[in-house]
Design a protein around this ligand. Structure first.
Ligand SMILES: C[S@@+](CC[C@H](N)C(=O)[O-])C[C@H]1O[C@@H](n2cnc3c(N)ncnc32)[C@H](O)[C@@H]1O
Length: 288
């Protein structure tokens, strides 16, 4: 690890690597000069989550929420406090993105936070906002986190749908077992995600996510067995011209009961559970 400044360590990528309004006709498609930029299926090759974020989503990710970074951190701080994370101790943020939960954990008094993600772009965004907090950013697959965490953690979070980004259901099983092994007794594991079991149908599969003067984002969801194909379509205006940037990747369908069984098998007892409009928050405690 190389130190950037006191309390912040960076590990470079060595391994692998959304609310808005859509007004139909908000701009005249017929009058647009659209240059497409495509990543993914045209080659017949499946795009990994890392490739999708690297090629398209990372640079639009924080904008996509249509709110300020601080408001998101405040929201996540309140959520973590509500699920019972009063004093996070040594914390790990798996699939941290630009850091909403990383900064929330710090606000709740975390001693240190290990922030893990496969997107160097998002880790760089997170790092640029550090103001004296003891964060370590590591660009690697979250399944590899036990190799970069010395000792045990008191709190491990995997929030904002990061869990469904894993490559396979067996990766979820082994991640949960690793989380349990790396948690101190009495420690907590917090997950927030959509289980994606029931998807919108027909034209409702086209979901408006966000828009501003020079960017408009729509997502198209397509069932694919025990996975969902997620197509992100983003029009970006530059020098008066609109460019369509598009890419797709897959998310895992993770039925809630199956996930709770996995937690229980790994000695993690669910102590908080809430599902609101399809979005589930779970907090599990390592009992022994
Ligand atoms: C939907 S975002 C959630 C980010 C953040 N937790 C939040 O709530 O905004 C999913 C994040 O997981 C990361 N990611 C996807 N697959 C990953 C993997 N296998 N290991 C680590 N990070 C991964 C992506 O780069 C992205 O930052």
């Amino acid at each position: 690890m190389t130190g950037l400044h006191t309390g912040h360590k960076i590990v470079n990528c060595d391994k692998f690597d959304r609310k808005g309004l859509w007004q139909s006709g908000a701009f005249g498609l017929d009058r647009m000069s659209v240059k497409p930029l495509v990543n993914g299926m045209e080659t017949g090759m499946m795009t990994t989550a890392k490739e999708h974020y690297d090629a398209l989503l990372a640079k639009h990710y924080t904008w996509m929420f249509g709110t300020s970074f601080d408001e998101k951190v405040e929201e996540q701080t309140a959520l973590l406090a509500r699920v019972g994370i009063g004093s996070p101790g040594i914390a790990v943020d798996l699939g941290c993105g630009s850091g909403f939960q990383t900064f929330a954990l710090a606000r709740l008094g975390a001693q240190s936070v290990l922030a893990v993600d496969t997107s160097q772009h998002l880790l760089d965004e997170l790092s640029a906002r550090i103001d004296g907090q003891d964060f370590t950013t590591v660009c690697t697959d979250m399944t590899a986190f036990p190799g970069v965490l010395t000792g045990h953690a008191d709190t491990i979070v995997c929030m904002g749908d990061s869990l469904t980004h894993l490559a396979s259901h067996s990766d979820v099983t082994s991640l949960i077992e690793n989380v349990s092994n790396k948690l101190a007794v009495g420690g907590h594991f917090v997950i927030s995600y959509r289980d994606l079991q029931s998807l919108p149908e027909g034209v409702d599969r086209f979901i408006p996510l966000q828009q501003s003067d020079n960017r408009i984002m729509t997502c198209f969801l397509e069932a694919a067995g025990d996975k969902v194909n997620v197509h992100d379509l983003i029009y970006v205006k530059s020098d008066g011209e609109w460019e369509l940037q598009k890419s797709m990747y897959q998310k895992l369908v993770l039925p809630l009961n199956g996930l709770k069984d996995e937690l229980s098998r790994s000695r993690l007892d669910v102590v908080f559970e809430e599902t609101v409009r399809g979005f589930t928050v779970l907090c599990a405690k390592k009992m022994k």
